[in-house]
Design a protein around this ligand. Structure first.
Ligand SMILES: Nc1ncnc2c1ncn2[C@@H]1O[C@H](COP(=O)(O)OP(=O)(O)OP(=O)(O)O)[C@@H](O)[C@H]1O
Length: 459
């Protein structure tokens, strides 16, 4: 742990001397100040981790000093020293972010224990900050808005984040985000919204595959009371709700052809009309659409309108699958282990290096979502602070972690291991559809289930 620098601000000379001698003797580096002005000049020139602050001071009181310190040096932890009967001030100080308080007189040993606690807290905070800064490609503000970080270091993901920032500078340009399931399409869409001038209005996400055909039109455009049976009152549609903001259309290719035409018209005219109404309502919405399907093929097959595609595709962002940016795998793994274990309050201090090795040769059909779920499950299963291959049942141990029996060099002779590898390959090829995988393996579905159980492969 790094050295801790302490500043003591107290107008009592004897107290300053006594506490400095004691804390120096405990190995801390200690500076002292008699008045707030002196303390602020020390703070401006030195790195201080902990401020021990008396409540009653000349020039300004301790609470005012606390407010100023928290504003100007938010990372400094403050331990308040109070007199007896200052309970209101203590409550205020704690509310304003003081970490501990001590009524005078107190035992120096108790102060040492409080500093040790604060030291551990500072170390934990720095660790968290490190996690947050490591390979996060977006700013702290954006992380707060979109609710998570965008982690990675590959050319592919850097390019995605770069395009996200560029298109966010435009106001109306429609965006089409393509990429397999779990690659982060919604995350990128949120990023565009919160980086853009529309960030103060709604980001409204709609999963087009989840809306029954009969409800599509009223959900998007709203309706007037009495427009159809069940329309008991006037209702705004999503275009109106998201007015001024961004409408994210996930799985856009699932829209019925009639709705596709209506969406195209809105994109062209920038106005909508509620069902049953004759009044046009202007809408100012950026559309971000996403799909994990081959949209060109759907156009060829007549399932998606080419003209709508060209309209949506003013700007395209393709997110490559995780298997095509393998250098992100160790980074994401590291991030999720730290992040999830901290969230669960479960300490992981030993990680089997074969896990990342196995992940590097795994295809991740479910991309980052699959990685996150895999790590979460493994941390739940882990025991004694150790993360081992046993906790990752879907992963095949790399050849050099398997027992020497059954393996010579690159060649595998262990029948069970061969069977497991072939089953995993068949599952990967068929997008983890068990019935199709069983057909490919030329066995029955029940036989596949038995083998999945035997090899402890959980899907
Ligand atoms: N680069 C990344 N860094 C950190 N987390 C990520 C990254 N990309 C995706 N995720 C996480 O992976 C999960 C899946 O992301 P998201 O829902 O955006 O994917 P999607 O492509 O929209 O999936 P689907 O096509 O199934 O809707 C989310 O929890 C998201 O936070």
């Amino acid at each position: 742990m790094k050295e801790i620098n302490i500043l003591v601000l107290d107008d009592e000379k004897v107290f300053r001397k006594e506490i400095k001698e004691f804390l120096d003797g405990e190995g801390f580096s200690v500076l002292t100040a008699e008045r707030p002005s002196e303390a602020f000049s020390i703070l401006s020139e030195n790195h201080i981790d902990i401020l021990i602050l008396d409540l009653r001071l000349p020039e300004m009181d301790g609470l005012q000093v606390l407010t100023k310190v928290k504003e100007e040096y938010p990372d400094i932890e403050v331990i308040m020293i109070t007199g007896h009967g200052d309970m209101d001030a203590v409550i205020n100080a704690m509310r304003m972010g003081a970490i501990e308080f001590f009524p005078k007189p107190f035992r120096l040993l108790d102060m040492r224990a409080a500093i040790q606690r604060t030291k551990r807290y500072i170390a934990l905070n720095e660790q968290l900050k490190e996690i947050n800064q490591t390979y996060s490609l977006v700013s702290k503000d954006l992380i707060e808005s979109i609710g998570t970080e965008i982690i990675g270091n590959s050319f592919g993901i850097r390019q995605v984040v770069d395009l996200m920032g560029k298109v966010a500078k435009t106001d109306n340009t429609s965006v089409l985000i393509t990429g397999e399931s779990g690659t982060g399409k919604e995350l990128v869409a949120r990023g565009i919204h919160y980086l853009s001038s529309r960030k103060k209005s709604y980001f409204y996400a709609v999963n087009c595959s989840a809306i029954p055909d009969t409800l599509f039109e009223s959900e998007f455009f709203g309706h007037k009371k009495g427009a159809f049976t069940g329309a008991n009152e006037d209702k705004a549609g999503w275009f109106e709700v998201a007015n001024g903001g961004t409408l994210f259309l996930d799985e856009v290719v699932e829209m019925q052809p009639a709705m596709q035409s209506k969406l195209l018209r809105v994109l062209e005219d920038r106005k909508i009309r509620r069902i049953g109404s004759s009044v046009d309502i202007p809408v100012d919405v950026r559309i971000i659409a996403a799909t994990n399907q081959d949209i060109n093929k759907l156009i060829e097959d007549g399932k998606f309108r080419g003209d709508l595609y060209y309209r949506l595709n003013s700007f395209q962002i393709h997110i490559p699958p995780l298997r095509e940016r393998k250098e992100d795998i160790p980074i994401l793994f590291d991030y999720y282990v730290k992040h999830i274990s901290t969230r669960m309050g479960k300490k992981i201090n030993q990680v089997d290096p074969f896990i990342v090795k196995a992940m590097m040769s795994y295809n991740f059909p479910g991309n980052i979502r699959e990685m996150r779920n895999m790590v979460e499950r493994a941390i739940i299963l882990s025991e004694g602070g150790r993360l081992t291959m046993k906790n990752f049942s879907g992963l095949i141990a790399p050849a050099d972690s398997t027992p020497t029996t059954g393996v010579i060099g690159e060649e595998i002779f262990d029948l069970d291991l061969i069977e497991k590898i072939v089953i995993m390959k068949a599952l990967e090829r068929t997008g983890y559809k068990k019935t199709k995988a069983a057909q490919l393996l030329n066995i029955t579905r029940q036989a596949l289930d038995r083998r999945l159980e035997k090899y402890d492969i959980n899907l």
